[in-house]
Design a protein around this ligand. Structure first.
Ligand code: 13P
Length: 255
């Protein structure tokens, strides 16, 4: 497969971190690294930081995303945020199906699919997260688990929408633990995800799909992970909260 068909994409997932002043400072710290970056860079920030970060990034090459959205356009869903609300603000991306949402907030493959449809219908681009738990890996069912998560999330998603989708492979056991999948382990599952998409749509769609790795990616391991033929970028948690480290990962992805 020709990796040059897929520009590298480095996304920071800030999770539930950064008050507004801190968010502005972090964006200002990241912006200089973008001047010489040869990859797409996204910051996925808490809802309450979106306005600040959109303003701080205006006119720059930094793309802004949220970390979830609801499946309904509007309605009686206390505490939720809809895709049209994000799109109206000028938000471009949204992370869906993150394992922390699956683990702590009752997210299922069905709700991920519903959110995905809503996000795409509002013109948002989606970073869809999939990944196995430690127990699933130890039982040898990583491949069917990840493949099923991809198939369920993409149920009834038309081929024409696939250009607005990225998939992030995030093994749950590697998130925030300092344990990274080896480059070979990560590359293997990313390849399997690409095969699943080829099977669902076509080889052409699969070879254009950006697949990121996420899970303790840092300046020390980014280059090796990004060197894998099926890894086109990274979804970075902890290291995205520190401008210097995030800048080093952006540099590693600039090929
Ligand atoms: P860490 O980089 O902190 O392991 O988080 C990964 C992640 O969950 C990104 O979405």
């Amino acid at each position: 497969m020709d990796k040059s068909l897929r520009p590298a994409v480095i996304a920071g997932n800030w999770k539930m971190n950064k008050l507004r002043g801190e968010a502005r400072a972090l964006v200002e710290g990241i912006l200089p690294a973008l001047a010489k970056a040869d990859c797409r860079v996204i910051a996925c920030v808490p809802f309450t930081d979106l306005e600040t970060v959109l303003e701080a990034a205006r006119g720059s090459r930094l793309h802004i995303g949220a970390q979830n959205c609801h499946w309904a356009q509007s309605g009686a869903y206390t505490g939720e945020i809809s895709a049209p609300m994000l799109a109206e603000m000028g938000v471009e991306y949204v992370i869906l199906g993150h394992s922390e949402r699956r683990q702590y907030f009752g997210e299922t493959d069905a709700t991920v699919n519903a959110r995905l449809k809503a996000a795409l219908a509002s013109g948002l681009r989606v970073i869809l997260c999939v990944g196995e738990t430690l127990e699933q890996r130890q039982r040898g069912i990583t491949a069917p688990v990840c493949s099923m998560q991809v198939r369920s999330a993409l149920y009834e998603i038309p081929e024409a929408a696939m250009g607005d989708l990225l998939i992030a492979y995030e093994p749950v056991w590697a998130i925030g633990t300092g344990k990274t999948a080896t480059a070979a382990q990560a590359g293997e599952v990313c390849g399997l995800i690409r095969d699943t998409v080829a099977d669902l749509y076509s080889g052409r769609v699969a070879e254009r799909l950006c697949i990121q790795y996420g899970g303790s990616m840092n300046p020390g391991n980014a280059a090796e992970l990004l060197d894998q033929p099926d890894i086109d970028g990274g979804l970075i948690g902890g290291a995205s909260l520190r401008a210097e480290e995030f800048a080093q990962i952006i540099q590693a992805a600039s090929r």
